[in-house]
Design a protein around this ligand. Structure first.
Ligand code: U2F
Length: 454
């Protein structure tokens, strides 16, 4: 088929970055069958996220991941990121040339992960719009955009890493609760002499993002109205178009090889089960896995735990056998479907943004055990601002505290209050994606901006 326009999509192939970008592109592609979307991503990540049913007007291209030819997999997540960033943007430019030849139409707009700040220059050179998808929450973007003010509010740089991380900052971005250094993304406190590749990337992003045509988020304005209003003043367009998890989920769910949903189906009592998952990157340290397993075994609430196979080996001897009647441990679970299942009453999570949104969309309160990046701030917002869950005490799982927090959230007034609040938040999200809702309007604006309004 001949296409009248062509959009280049540049993915960041780590954590849960590329999947939400693909979800946005799917929605756009459905709205404009005459536009071709070329999706540039590494081969491994394409394999992981592309299902058979990608729209005909989305074409995926593999770009180099930067690993030396024939080398074994990168030693760490951070090393893989470093190699990939070193190969960018050359890897993407090569892909874009190939895609333009194949489509016979030049790329007229770039949609990229916000981390890929060099898209500002790629787009400027071609005189085309640059739309950046920020894959985390607006509150996390706000703290990055106020990096200078936050850093100034820390009396001495040593405090950012030292014993004063509990210090409450004298500056707070509009709409956020009072913050401690410990609540913030460590990348904000960049070491200028030796920045990590991710910190340097985020720093560049903060500088370039105001040049974008639009910043897009998988979120809804009503979750943090003051933050959204403030960020609108910082960008040409600031468009929350989610949550994507409220769209109709395909049936049957893909990736339910372990039969999680039929297991939930058999539970007699609504909201009786705990779902546990720490996203796509994190494996908690062994002592915490043990503490959490012992707490689940002690409490005897039905539980479903998505845990990578290698990590499951660290579970206590005999745990799976002893808990078989009321618990399941699986290597992967269809999370958005699970969180919308009526049998689930609590989500134990690392506080990744997609997980939080999916929990809101399911009306399920959370217990957060944040690990890195935006997760600490998300956990703080869950507990202090949105009041839809709590963080684990002292930031780590210990058996006795974990037993207490699970019991409080599953069978006390505190859990009921969090559930009421999360259901109210879900209603706001539903309104946002409904007719005339803020996210629906923002999505229409996005279609206009990228030149494919119907
Ligand atoms: C990074 O994200 P993560 O992958 O660590 O975590 P989430 O944002 O919560 O996304 C996890 C996704 O993986 C899905 C789940 C979410 O959409 O539904 N999933 C699943 O379907 N089945 C499973 O068994 C386990 C997970 C980063 F670590 C976070 O801090 C950021 O907030 C995030 C966005 O930038 O990226």
């Amino acid at each position: 088929m001949g296409y009248h326009s062509h959009i280049g999509v540049l993915a960041f192939p780590f954590g849960s970055h590329a999947a939400p970008l693909l979800a946005l592109v799917r929605q756009l592609a459905e709205s404009s069958p005459g536009t071709c979307f070329s999706f540039f991503n590494t081969a491994d990540c394409n394999r992981a996220i592309l299902a058979d049913h990608v729209s005909p007007n989305i074409k995926a291209y593999d770009v180099r991941d930067g690993a030396p030819e024939g080398a074994a997999a990168a030693a760490s997540h951070m090393e893989a990121i470093r190699l990939f960033l070193a190969a960018s943007p050359g890897n993407f430019e090569a892909g874009m040339e190939e895609a333009e030849r194949a489509a016979g139409v030049g790329i007229g707009c770039l949609i990229t992960d916000a981390f890929l700040w060099f898209a500002a220059d790629l787009a400027a050179n071609r005189r085309i719009p640059w739309v950046a998808l920020w894959t985390a929450a607006a509150c996390a973007l706000a703290t990055h955009m106020y990096t200078q003010e936050i850093v100034k509010a820390v009396a001495s740089p040593a405090e950012a890493t030292g014993e004063s991380i509990q210090q409450v900052l004298s500056f707070t971005p509009p709409g956020l609760p009072p913050l401690q250094i410990a609540d913030l993304q460590p990348e904000i406190f960049i070491d200028d002499r030796n920045p990590s590749p991710l910190a340097a990337t985020i720093n560049n992003m903060v500088e370039k993002l105001p040049k974008s045509t639009a910043v897009v988020l998988n979120s809804f304005e009503e979750i943090d109205p003051i933050v959204a209003q403030d960020l609108k003043s910082k960008f040409n367009h600031f468009l929350s178009v989610g949550p994507a998890a409220l769209r109709r989920l395909p049936q049957p769910p893909p990736g339910d090889d372990s039969g999680c949903l039929s297991w939930l189906e058999k539970l007699p009592t609504p909201r009786s089960a705990i779902y546990v998952s720490f996203g796509t990157v994190i494996v908690p340290p062994e002592n915490e896995l043990l503490a959490l397993a012992e707490a689940l075994e002690f409490c005897k609430f039905p539980f479903l735990w998505s845990l990578k196979e290698a990590a499951a080996k660290a579970l206590p001897e005999g745990f799976l056998r002893r808990t078989a009647e009321y618990g399941r441990v699986v290597p992967w679970a269809p999370q958005p479907w699970i969180l919308r299942h009526g049998s689930v009453g609590l989500f134990v999570t690392h506080g990744g943004w997609n997980s939080i949104l999916e929990s809101i969309c399911g009306g399920v309160p959370m217990v957060c055990r944040p690990f890195f990046g935006d997760q600490k701030l998300n956990g703080k917002m869950v507990e202090d601002s949105w009041k839809i869950g709590v963080r684990v005490r002292d930031g780590v799982f210990r058996k006795d505290e974990t037993v207490r927090v699970l019991q409080r959230m599953m069978s006390s007034r505190e859990g009921d209050d969090a559930r009421e609040n999360v259901v109210k938040m879900k209603e706001k999200a539903e309104k946002a994606v409904g007719n005339d809702g803020s996210s629906t309007k923002n999505f229409k604006k996005l279609l206009e901006i990228i030149g494919i309004s119907k």
